[in-house]
Design a protein around this ligand. Structure first.
Ligand code: NAP
Length: 261
C-alpha cells in the first residue's frame, strides 16, 4: 500500500532513538522527508545519516524540547528547509519517576515541562503550516495514563493530558481538516525501556514476568510495530480517523492477563 508520503514533510520529536527512530525510518522509507528533533546532536546525526545512506531525506535539529524556544526553532528550521509541514509526531518523553511521596512539587512541574508542554508547543507552532497542507498530528502516549504505574506522577499526568488533548485538538481542528490521533505503547524494548528496567531490583526477573503477561504471543511490542500503526494513522490512508487513542500493545492494557494460550 502506498501511504502517499512522497515529498511530504514530517517532524518527529525524539526521532533519533527507540520508537521515534522507527517512525523516522519508516516515514523516510515511504518517501517522506523527516525532520528529527532531539536533544542529543550525535544521536540525531547518526539517524539522519542512516536515512540518507538508504536514499531517504532527513534533517536534524538539536532541541531540548522542554524549552519553548527550542520547539519554535524546530518548526522554523523545518519551514526554512522545506517550506511546508505535512504532519508532526509528538513522541519525545521519558518515564522519569517523579512520585507523589518523594517528588518535590518543582520536580513534578519539570516532568510536565519535559513530557507534556512540548506536545502543545510543537502543535501550536506547527498549526499555521498544518492548516495549509491539511496535515495531521500523531501523539505517542503511554498505557500508564490508563493503568497507573506507581512513583511516576509527572509522567502519568502528562500522558493522561495527551489523551485528553487528542480529543480536544481533534475537535478544535475539525474546521481545518486536520486529524489528531494518539498511539499508545505499553512494553517496547527501546533505550528508555532498558534504562527503566535496569533501575529495578531484579531486571531479568521483572522482564520475564512482564512479557509472560502480554496476552498476544507473550512478547514485547517492537518499535517497528508501533511505527507501522503510527505512520499509517499519520498518513492520508487514514483519512477518516481522528480523535482516536489506539493501543498497540498485544492486548496488555485491556485484555484479561490471566488467560494464557
Ligand atoms: P527513548 O528510547 O528514550 O527515545 C526517546 C528519544 O527522545 C531520545 O532520543 C531522547 O533523548 C529524546 N527526548 C526525550 N525527551 C526529550 C526532550 N525533552 N527534548 C529532546 N529530546 C528528548 O524512548 P522510547 O522508549 O522510544 O519512548 C518514546 C515515546 O514512547 C515516549 O513518549 C514514551 O513515553 C513512549 N512510551 C514508550 C514505551 C516503551 O515501552 N518504550 C511505553 C509507553 C510509552 P535522550 O536519549 O537524550 O533522553
Amino acid at each position: 500500500m502506498d501511504l502517499g508520503l512522497k515529498n511530504k514533510v514530517y517532524i518527529v520529536t525524539g526521532g533519533a532513538k527507540g520508537i521515534g527512530e522507527a517512525i523516522s525510518q519508516l516515514i523516510a522509507a515511504e518517501g517522506g522527508i523527516v525532520v528529527i528533533a532531539g536533544r542529543n546532536a550525535q544521536d540525531n546525526d547518526i539517524t539522519v545519516q542512516s536515512i540518507i545512506a538508504k536514499g531517504g531525506q532527513a534533517l536534524a535539529v538539536q532541541a531540548e524540547l522542554g524549552k519553548v524556544e527550542d520547539c519554535k526553532k524546530v518548526v522554523d528550521a523545518c519551514v526554512t528547509a522545506y517550506g511546508r509541514i505535512d504532519g508532526i509526531v509528538n513522541n519525545a518523553g521519558a518515564n522519569d519517576g517523579v512520585g507523589l511521596e518523594n517528588g518535590a512539587p518543582g520536580a513534578f512541574m519539570q516532568s510536565l515541562q519535559h513530557n507534556l508542554s512540548h506536545y502543545y508547543n510543537m502543535a501550536h507552532y506547527a498549526l499555521p503550516y498544518l492548516k495549509i497542507t491539511k496535515g495531521s498530528i500523531l501523539n505517542i502516549g503511554s498505557k500508564v495514563a490508563t493503568t497507573g504505574q506507581g512513583n511516576t506522577s509527572g509522567y502519568a499526568a502528562s500522558k493522561g493530558a495527551i489523551n485528553a488533548l487528542t480529543r480536544e485538538w481533534a475537535v478544535e481542528l475539525l474546521k481545518y481538516g486536520i486529524r489528531v490521533n494518539t498511539v499508545i505503547p505499553a512494553e517496547v524494548w527501546t533505550p528508555l525501556y532498558e534504562t527503566w528496567i535496569n533501575s529495578l531490583p531484579n531486571p531479568a526477573e521483572k522482564l520475564a514476568s512482564i512479557t509472560a503477561n502480554i496476552p498476544f504471543e507473550q512478547r514485547m511490542t517492537t518499535s517497528e510495530e508501533i511505527a507501522n500503526t503510527s505512520v499509517f494513522v499519520l498518513s492520508e490512508r487514514s483519512s477518516h480517523t481522528t480523535g482516536q487513542i489506539l493501543y498497540v500493545d498485544g492486548g496488555y492494557t485491556h485484555l484479561d492477563r490471566s488467560i494464557k494460550q
